[in-house]
Design a protein around this ligand. Sequence first.
Ligand code: ZN
Length: 345
Amino acid sequence: MEIDLLRRLSNAFGPPGAEEEPRGIMREELEDSADEISVDKLGNIFFHKRGEEGYPRIMLAAHMDEVALLVTHIEDSGFLRFQTLGGITSHVMPGQRIIFRGRQRPIKGIIGTKPPHIMTEEERKKLFSIEELFVDIGAGSLKEAEEKGCHIGMMGVFDVEFTELGGGYVRGKAFDDRAGCAAMVKAFKALKGSPYNLVAVGTIQEEVGLRGARTAAWQADPDYALAIEGTFASDVPGSKPHEISAKLGGGPVITIADNSIIAHPKVLRTLIEAAEAEDIPYQFKKVPRGGTDAGAIHLTRAGIPSGVVAIPCRYIHGPASVAHIDDIENTARLVEAFIRRISTK
Ligand SMILES: [Zn+2]
């Protein structure tokens, strides 16, 4: 795996509905491998690879957006109030660094809380709600905040730089789903020159309800679809064995069921057979929670047989995730092997 691609994708700014940066990176990467590239009216990007007639059309989907903050109010004192776009639990938020795109330039800040020194006993024990939090951007008044370029509707993401931790472990923001985007790019490139029919889609607004995938699948009208995701790895101290949904280094995570889909039996079977035949390590998602683009895709038109393969990532939907590069690599290999196997005339 090209670490540099993951680094660029992870560092890219891409809140739901503002996926221009990751979209640009994917376009650059696949310009030479795709037969045609198009962007639809909502912002999904399609990479078409036309193969021989008679082979099924396979849609791959990886979402480009990431969980984010949306500024809803600027206090007279210059602090920003916000809501989240996508699920971020408030217990990971206090003290985190945030970067916004302001009117002129990026605006940096930190999520603040009332100091513990002036909290009551009761307050110290409970979690903060999003409503109690605010972002401090270093502005002394509403006027100063506006002069910096702040405005209602401004979006921000965690301000975290991609880092290699050594031994193949990497840390960065937005691995859900930029790790999936990286694996999709790699698999698509590997299939250049093959006779198969592919449409790989960088989808928008997954984190707020699988929105881009819905319209993308209608347009792509595929015979099969595979969502490539970043899924939660819970192999951390304190998790009981049955709570460990997936673990780092265990290979791609194959979904049997989650809150949005029951994987289509043929897609599921083909994923397992492909992994076994190619000696690709894999694991099953053991805690059937969450949802992915496949949830929207498989209910499109008259129904599209779909499945999910995911990269195990710790701490997704928080400021930074930890993943292992081998898992991303093996996910790309599995996606490629799946396409070769399911593509029969
Ligand atoms: Zn995701």
